[in-house]
Design a protein around this ligand. Structure first.
Ligand code: 5AD
Length: 483
């Protein structure tokens, strides 16, 4: 059977989509190629969030097409995902040699279309049409590829976004919000737990809006079509958003030890979610709170729906519930009209919050977004200069926060060999920090207490001598959240 190589760009949703496509193709008898040179089919699962991501995938595909033309090998080439969705058929003209362009709602058809292309029934396929129910149509997960069960698994809970931030292309590429039912998601988590998965990462473009939109029949978005309409919600007088209900339901799944989610929106951090961190022990003390800017003027132009003050209040509330909360964020520098003063306010916010991790982006105009035509576009040098300044501050703060972990005993979930040094094992603290230690395969999937002995760049090192052996010392400074 033909072999497939899938290369993934962009976010975790894409990583998960690629896994599901791979599983779908394996089930159809295709094999996975170890590299693009050995593949009969090469698929690029693309990202559109910034122009840079699009250009990288376009250049990659052009290089592949040229290589294969030169060597005379007949290889099927396909674009999947967000760029396929937003550019559609124009990709066939932009990159001659491409056979398949498959949008975000059509990934469950990958095997069908490849079959048709390989049998010569079609010469090229472009399908970017919306499809009802697509959010639950691709759910197959990879069977353990290297013989060992993955410790952590992504679970898609919703698709799309209705937020329409002025800079963002995602509502165009992923469509409007649609949620899977709680019943479906819990069933998938149970299946994963039965296979040995210990941690689930609930995924969506805006997970805090989970289940808020009614389903196609006007019923609650988190209810399966054949489930009876809930009579009493049994919340004991505590009003909860559908997302918090989902967290509670996943929390009940035996065998799942940790729950993470990404990506939320700050405005979704209502009191019910903040309080859930104190109530649900499997919900790890880690929050990704994409702030984008520290200036109220810019936040308004971005149409983010919160102020700097409200954002700081959310951070303070989270830290009141869990003092050791790990907090990360996304920031865009160089949004149209951003003044030196606006930018300073972003830096000041970083100093105030002390994020553990910041994903810093240079503003990139996206087609058909309101920000792309706003006045005050900044020269590239200004964007570069602000980016460099912000990065320096962010790294300095993170270094301090990581160094403060040295000497503490923290709980890690061991995921497998470290990527940089496969002789060592790596795990993650509840606050989402990577810990590398001298362990072995037998530690995979275990929750271990390790003493942090050293901090590197965005990595902690655990002392092998006391891994899982020494009890947590009495009086040792155990981080509340991590311990
Ligand atoms: N330019 C730069 N960064 C962007 N992001 C989204 N759209 C753009 C854009 N047009 C960033 C935001 C978002 C992250 C996933 O990507 O910070 O949170």
């Amino acid at each position: 059977m033909p072999s497939v190589y899938i290369k993934t760009y962009g976010c975790q949703m894409n990583v998960r989509d690629s896994e599901a496509v791979a599983a779908q193709l394996l089930a159809r008898g295709y094999t996975l190629a170890p590299s693009e040179e050995q593949a009969d089919i090469v698929l690029l699962n693309t990202c559109s969030v910034r122009d840079h991501a699009e250009q990288t995938a376009l250049n990659k595909m052009r290089a592949l097409a040229a290589d294969f033309r030169r060597s005379g090998r007949e290889v099927v080439l396909g674009f999947l995902g967000c760029m396929a969705q937003s550019r559609g058929a124009e990709l066939l003209r932009q990159v001659p040699g491409v056979d398949l362009v498959l949008g975000t709602q059509k990934l469950h058809r990958t095997a069908d279309y490849l079959d048709e292309l390989l049998r010569g029934r079609r010469t090229a396929v472009v399908d970017t049409a919306p499809e009802a129910g697509s959010e639950s149509a691709i759910r197959e997960h990879l069977p353990a590829l290297n013989g060992s069960t993955p410790v952590t698994a992504y679970v898609s809970i919703m698709q799309g976004c209705n937020q329409h931030c002025t800079f963002c292309i995602v509502p165009q590429t992923r469509g409007p919000e649609r949620s899977r039912s709680i019943r479906d998601i819990v069933a998938e988590c149970r299946e994963l737990a039965a296979r040995g998965v210990k941690e689930v990462i609930l995924l969506g473009q805006i997970v805090t809006s989970y289940g808020r939109r009614p389903g196609p029949d006007g019923r609650p978005g988190w209810l399966a079509p054949d489930e009876p309409w809930p009579v009493a919600d049994g919340d004991g007088g505590r009003p909860r958003s559908p997302f918090v209900r989902l967290l509670e339901a996943v929390h009940e799944v035996d065998g799942i030890e940790r729950i993470r989610f990404t990506a939320p929106h700050p405005k979704g951090y209502g009191e019910d979610l903040i309080e859930a961190y104190g109530r649900l022990p499997k919900l790890v003390e880690s929050a990704h709170l994409p702030v984008q800017s520290g200036s109220n003027r810019i936040l308004k132009l971005m149409r983010r729906g919160y102020t700097r003050e409200r954002f700081l209040e959310i951070v303070a509330r989270l830290r009141a519930v869990k003092p050791g909360m790990g907090i990360s964020t996304d920031i865009i520098v160089g949004f149209p009209g951003e003044t030196e003063e606006d930018f300073e306010q972003t830096l000041e916010l970083c100093r105030e919050v002390e994020f553990d991790n910041v994903f810093l982006f240079k503003y990139s105009p996206r087609r058909n977004t309101p920000a792309a035509t706003m006045p005050g576009a900044l020269p590239q040098e200004v964007i570069e200069e602000r980016h460099a300044r912000a990065l320096e501050l962010i790294n300095q703060i993170a270094r301090r926060r990581y160094a403060a972990m040295v000497g503490r005993t923290v709980q890690i979930l061991v995921e497998g060999p470290s990527k940089k040094n496969p002789q060592r094992m790596m795990g993650r603290t509840r606050c989402n920090k990577i810990v590398v230690f001298e362990g072995s395969e037998r530690h995979r999937g275990q929750l271990l207490d390790v003493r942090i002995v050293r901090a590197g760049s965005y990595t902690l090192y655990g002392d092998p001598a006391i891994v899982g052996i020494a009890p947590v010392e009495r009086g040792a400074p155990v981080d509340e959240a991590e311990g």
